[in-house]
Design a protein around this ligand. Sequence first.
Ligand SMILES: [Zn+2]
Length: 79
Amino acid sequence: MADFCTVCANDMGFNTNIKIEKEFNKLKNGYFINCLCEGCTLDAIGKSETGELILGKYEDDRWFTKEEHFKEKAKGINI
Ligand SMILES: [Zn+2]
């Protein structure tokens, strides 16, 4: 079974396996979880030391903001 994040699942009409808001809300500042979205290669959801949402992307060795990762579709994430 492929996993899809909130944004990709909404795009394709699939169930969301990787719930970005829910995972983010469970995190303490400075922590992250690993995942792998088959749609956008999102591979980590993190909360920065200052409490901001940060996103990891497969094969990119840095954190992205939701706007950098999802562009205009970042509006679909209520964080
Ligand atoms: Zn995705």
